[in-house]
Ligand binder design. Structure first.
Ligand code: GLV
Length: 331
């Protein structure tokens, strides 16, 4: 008998077909909301789950599910998973790195340019029928070319952002848990600085660090106060890294120039104050959302699930394990 797996959210139908070659698949193609008790009920008797970054999978959820062996996120971030609890229960956890790096960095650029050059703000104004005459000071923005880009979190996506900055003649500063090797720094033309220096020197600051207790509200009122009044702030990483209420206040008081946000604390809810300030570009967590990349993410999550449940060409060797000690224990 094939093992059973759950796919918590609607996904490309061919991915469900692929999984069906190996498993009894309980899909959610109607995309019903599955959380808490509903998710737990659907997980009963399952050997694995293809999950989404919004599915909270923690000790309470997995208690009483002794057959569960693999939790495979369709996302590079996995702060929705309680990895220590999964590891303790012998459940392998996987994510989808690399395949989304360039698409996400492209979107970082889209948000940055839209914010610095007031693209959405001016479009809303135009659509509202307010454009009567051209004026020399309409929607004056901030330049990217020749400015200083700050990157907080210099992993794969941070480095892809830094590579793009070369085309804009930007100076690149970064702060990270650990400094990159000198060769990588010089290839990226990026200089390591303290977080304080990053805040003070950046004309445009992009957040691409992982979310966890250590990065909760890494950008709050105090950090915003250290930034230039002409600076922009872009959050591509996770909600909760920015204190959205403090940001809305700083934007309203023009203590920074603008912000571009793809992620929000408590999303899909958005802090109501952010909805009332004009100098912020808001998008619904779509940084990796190109057709090609979302397909690649879904297929990589499926590869992980198939291999983690000892099936397919890579049986027992899922490509992107975040708790390798579980796989080691199985050998
Ligand atoms: C998206 O937010 C991801 O982590 O892949």
């Amino acid at each position: 008998m094939k093992p059973s797996v759950l796919v918590t959210r609607a996904v490309f139908p061919d991915v469900i077909e692929r999984l069906s070659q190996y498993f009894e698949v309980d899909d959610n193609q109607p995309d019903a909301v599955l959380d808490g008790a509903a998710l737990k009920a659907r997980l009963a008797g399952k050997a694995g789950v293809l999950a989404n970054a919004a599915d909270r999978i923690d000790a309470d959820l997995i208690a009483g599910l002794p057959g569960l062996r693999a939790v495979c996120n369709m996302a590079v971030g996995y702060n929705n998973l309680d990895v220590p609890a999964l590891t303790a229960a012998g459940i392998v956890a996987t994510n989808t790195p690399d395949v989304l790096t360039e698409t996400t960095a492209d979107f970082g650029w889209a948000l940055l340019m839209a914010t610095a050059r007031r693209v959405t703000e001016s479009e809303h104004w135009l659509r509202a029928g307010k454009w009567e005459r051209w004026a020399y000071d309409m929607f004056l923005g901030m330049d990217l070319y020749g400015s200083t880009l700050g990157i907080l979190g210099m992993g794969r996506i941070g480095q892809a952002l830094a590579r793009r900055a070369a085309g804009f003649g930007m100076t690149v500063l970064y702060h990270n848990r650990s400094q990159l090797p000198a060769g990588t720094e010089s290839a990226l033309n990026a200089r390591y600085v303290s977080k304080d220096e990053l805040l003070a020197q950046s004309d445009h600051l992009i957040l691409v660090l992982p979310y966890g207790p250590a990065s909760h509200h890494a950008i709050g009122a105090a950090e915003l106060a250290r930034m230039k009044p002409t600076a922009t702030l872009i959050n591509l990483a996770r909600g909760g890294i920015v204190d959205d209420g403090a940001l809305a206040q700083a934007l309203r008081e023009r203590r920074i120039f603008g912000a571009g946000l793809d992620v929000f604390e408590g999303e899909p809810a958005v802090h109501p104050d952010l909805l009332t300030v004009p100098n912020v570009v808001l998008t619904p967590h779509i940084a990796s959302a190109s057709e090609k990349t979302r397909r690649a993410m879904a297929n990589l999550a499926a590869d992980n699930l198939i291999a983690a449940l000892d099936a397919g060409p890579r049986a027992g060797q899922p490509p992107c394990v975040v708790n390798p000690e579980v796989m080691a224990r199985r050998r």
